[in-house]
Design a protein around this ligand. Sequence first.
Ligand code: PEP
Ligand code: MN
Length: 354
Amino acid sequence: MIVARFRPDVLIDEQSRLAAGWRHRGHRSFRCRVGHRTLVTFPDLAAASPEGERFLTVLRATRAVESVVDSAESPPLGSLAAVGEPTAVQVSEDWTVGGGRFTWIAGPCAVESQAQLTAVAGEVRAHGAQLLRGGAFKPRTSPYAFQGLGQEGLRLLAEASAATGLPVVTEVVDSAQVEAVAEVAQVLQIGARNAQNFALLREVALTGRPVLLKRGFGCTVQEWLHSAEYLLAAGNSQVLLCERGVRTFESATRFTLDISAVSLVKRLSHLPVLVDPSHACGRADLVAPLAAAAAVAGADGVMVDVHQDAHGALCDGQQAITPEEFGALVTRTSRILHSIDPTEPVADHAMAGR
Ligand code: PEP
Ligand code: MN
């Protein structure tokens, strides 16, 4: 698909005027601002067709257009080739996901109580997390399982965020909750089960908030990237992709973490890529090696389930690690990253242990 990049000095009015002209010639276009650039794509034009070739010549001669690519392997607005470099997503005043810094997101699978969340939020922060995770609305397989605290869970997340300064990532499972979740969460999570709920994707995109988009466990890489494209085509480029395991014939682990997808998507897409090893393997003892593997494969960060009392957890206790284990994981992974790339900073506690 053809995707062009406007020159940075081209104002929105001029972009709109050009888009109106293209539309007049019968070509729909979709625009998305990505960092300081604006991309525009023409979904109805195949670059290889005679009409596409004619239009490519027109585009290349348009002063407002800086570059044009035929994005064959990746959906256009998410295409790394179109932007030219990986992008980063600012999630709070002082933290950006991507851009070369490794991000740790940690917290309980579900918010269970004030005591649980306050304690674990403080612990994960002390052990190196930059964002707090925790589900208030839980998409459970069984209708009889704990469904999350809902609105009360959001209130507790807001409280924990205020106490620790950590921005919050929490899942939104229904269009009706988007507004309430956006009031509390700096990052809105779309879960694996909703990865192709296109109405919800559009709704969440319109908040303008960063979105953490899990890969559906039955989705191919292309389907996952197209889900992200729904967010981008709606004008929201603040997208974090998160690999969380796919369903395969293998039943020894909960899902199968698709490490190759991490390296592949880093080549196809400009968006940051995160990995959730906890939901992928469903076993606490595999979280650390899989997190390290994700980091080495090129992930921009990892999201892990952390709980002080895994046996008493109301959701996914079998895959939760303790705050201390989380600290050890941060240290070990940062040492591994530093050994591969000496410019990579070593976590403070790793330095202390030297
Ligand atoms: C979660 O992160 O809480 C979750 C439910 O994950 P997933 O959507 O990947 O199953
Ligand atoms: Mn879970």
